[in-house]
Design a protein around this ligand. Sequence first.
Ligand SMILES: NC(=O)c1ccc[n+]([C@@H]2O[C@H](COP(=O)([O-])OP(=O)(O)OC[C@H]3O[C@@H](n4cnc5c(N)ncnc54)[C@H](O)[C@@H]3O)[C@@H](O)[C@H]2O)c1
Length: 275
Amino acid sequence: MNESEFSLDGKIILVTGAGGLIGQEVCDAYAAYGATVIATDNQSSEKLHAQIARLNRRYPEGNFSGISADVTSEESVGKLFHHIQETYHQLDVLVNLAAIDAKFDDGQKAINLSRFEHYPLELWERSVAVNATGLIRVTQHAVRLMLPRRSGHIINVASTYSLVAPNQSLYETDPETAPVFKPIDYVGTKSMVPNFSRYIATFYAREGIRCNTVVPHGIMNQHPKAFQDNFAKLSPLGRMCELKEIRGPFVFLASHASSYMTGSTLVVDGGWTAW
Ligand SMILES: NC(=O)c1ccc[n+]([C@@H]2O[C@H](COP(=O)([O-])OP(=O)(O)OC[C@H]3O[C@@H](n4cnc5c(N)ncnc54)[C@H](O)[C@@H]3O)[C@@H](O)[C@H]2O)c1
């Protein structure tokens, strides 16, 4: 084993949700390790192009492209994969990051303030379309591209709420305002991800395709102080995750260093689910 085991030179990697918090960091990490990165998101083309321009400035030798696509649309995802087929003729790694997630970061309004018994089912259906059906759709297209070469790796992104229920006291940050709750759409749709990965891993294990899950948790994004304090009390490591700390697990999984791993769940949660 040497450091070249972690090299991503020559690998073509598609990242969905690439314009998001983790997506931007993961694209940068893959670029740093030598991959050709295809960044996709349903954000505007301008935002994606600005992201690609930043990658080009930091890694002038690299090869990066940004393509807008909506994972809820068969037509949109079909066009994305047609482009990948025509331009690159192969796909080595797919990272499924695109998702709807009610946020509690500073400056972001929590999507839902209601308790479970009043939770609007339209929000559940919207999240199913992205976090579940969208995940399956993109994975289907990727597998079709990977099968002829009998080679590929799919990295799905779950949550600690795929493994345990949210501790709703984490979100109690202001006694003066109405309570907010982590909603069921996120917990329900993310719960399928580790077992979906096991399904794909075992379905295609003998056809050269691997599939694994990363479980991030509590990535710092200028959260209010009260949220950080709550988090620190509940977390064994006593702090939130720095954005850069997510790079290593994603690079490791995309690289040859993880070659004997499939169907696994790589938990990066500061010990949250350990007690
Ligand atoms: N941030 C965390 O602390 C954390 C913790 C656990 C798990 N995760 C998971 O990591 C992944 C990324 O999280 P993040 O914090 O970067 O979220 P984010 O909201 O910053 O990024 C998600 C991205 O998905 C994109 N997206 C949403 N709907 C889409 C659609 N229909 N088609 C295409 N793209 C779409 C959004 O535009 C956004 O850029 C998610 O799957 C999330 O569940 C994040």
